[in-house]
Design a protein around this ligand. Structure first.
Ligand SMILES: [Zn+2]
Length: 180
């Protein structure tokens, strides 16, 4: 029996909690026969039956800009170092670790306007912990001004994620300790 990876279940649950009345018509996770025939999709269950992709209907039953805001929250969560997220596609754009999660033009046949797609890495197979979508830690530092708000280079994502294990406060003491 195919099953959605735990990270996918968790993310969908968080979105459902925030938008209980959202439209689910374009939701999906496990590939249909057409997808399977094409052969390459994270919607296709692997040998163990795990599906590492989730489609969420773009109609959240809220202001349309909310959808962009939600996708942006997921993108930032990934950029901050949640490596369970592999890539996101929405409205003709793909976001992935390439170019540090910058929005790039998506050249696939389906521009993904009725739904957005999230692919997960194998790290999300059994890891269903909470996605820190509201974190925006670096944004807050920027708003607070001062030199603490310096951009973290995208190649130091691993420093950031390891620092997050040891240090939950809003400063970057954890990352400087791990660099020292
Ligand atoms: Zn999809």
């Amino acid at each position: 029996m195919p099953k959605l990876c735990k990270a996918g279940k968790q993310l969908r649950e968080q979105i459902d909690d925030d938008y209980p009345d959202r439209d689910r018509k374009s939701d999906g996770w496990v590939a249909d026969a057409r997808h399977v025939a094409k052969g390459t999709s994270d919607h296709i269950p692997d040998a163990r039956g795990i599906v590492r992709a989730l489609d969420i209907d773009a109609n959240l039953n809220a202001h349309p800009e909310e959808t962009y805001a939600l996708v942006e929250k997921i993108r930032k969560c990934a950029k901050r170092g949640d490596k369970r997220i592999k890539y996101i596609i929405y409205d003709g754009k793909i976001m992935s670790p390439i170019l540090g999660w910058k929005r790039r033009k998506y050249k696939g046949a389906n521009p993904h306007r009725s739904h957005f797609h999230i692919s997960f890495t194998t790290l999300g197979d059994n890891d269903g912990k909470w996605f820190d979508l509201e974190g925006d830690r670096d944004e807050r530092l920027k708003e607070d001004g001062g030199k603490l708000g310096k951009d973290i280079p995208s190649n130091s994502v691993s420093d950031l994620s390891s620092s997050r294990l040891g240090c939950r406060c809003d400063c970057k003491c954890g990352s400087s300790i791990s660099l020292a």
